[in-house]
Design a binder for this molecule. Sequence first.
Ligand code: FAQ
Length: 312
Amino acid sequence: MHATEQELFDSKISQEIRIEPKDWMPEEYRKMLIRQMSQHAHSEIVGMLPEGNWITRAPSLRRKATLIAKVQDEAGHGLYLYSATETLGITRDETIEQLHAGKAKYSSIFNYPTLTWADIGAIGWLVDGAAIMNQVPLCRASYGPYARAMIRICKEESFHQRQGFEILLTLSRGSEAQREMCQDAINRWWWPSLMMFGPNDDASPNSQRSMQWKIKRFSNDELRQKFVDVCVDQAKVLHMDLPDKDLKWNPDSGHYDFGEINWDEFYEVLKGNGPCNHERLEARKKAHEEGRWVREAAAAYARKKNHNHALI
Ligand code: FAQ
């Protein structure tokens, strides 16, 4: 008897054989990937905005060059992820349209403002740090193009995390004002970074399915806990505090216990009511409009080239 397409798919998943674009896949699997991968791509692109804000104000040429390189890397990540999403049968135009219409989400973290230079350090340390914790397991995601895109992305995110930590380390060894600025940035970015991992497991509608399909390999709470555990030790190196009075080593679990996340704030940000949601979306729409002529010129050039080839 021949195996059905569904059986073939299931057996590939159970044997850790990657699913590739031309393979048969259940419609729900395809939709789950389009949702997560396009939101991930949007996050990388919108994520350029808070840091881009500091390129002109970086305190030295070295800091400026590094920050430009980092922001450029995020653009690259967005582009690989849009391309990987296109392999699922949705065009880049459609996914971008969903973002601009407010139908597609992007990471909540990018709706917070970057008020001081120390925020650039805190983003590198905490935001890229959380991104790595979440994305290293995605290098083993069951969908080939997503998993392969994540390998390079994770290597670059590691460099970002270190540059952020080094910014904070420099500030933490500086003047009183610099130490205060460093602590203030950590205070503002800590909780939103924990929210990046998504709702608690019992309130996460997609996790179970995604883990059965081996897209996600760990639950939101598992990854959040790993992140808290590594950050506590890193904060000690900085001689900075994490703003949580309930943070405490638990010898029974072998992990740090931590306080309750403000989920009302998280869902308000998701609904569009965070401090910078409006500004971020407007900036993306404006950039898209202003880049229209470039896309049109590139498309016209490609058409002309194809036409000339046809004549040869
Ligand atoms: N923000 O059922 P779950 C970066 C939504 S890239 C906004 O748990 P899932 C690099 C979720 O979409 C950061 N929405 O969902 C960088 C779902 O809504 P939907 C982005 C969130 O997918 C650094 C609903 O809540 N990383 O930082 C958030 O199983 C520095 C229910 O949630 C990725 O996208 C949130 N934080 O798990 C760039 C990684 N959390 O779609 C520049 C890939 C949850 O049903 C500078 N994504 N939601 O309407 C993932 O791993 C997953 O999608 C999760 C969420 C873990 C984010």
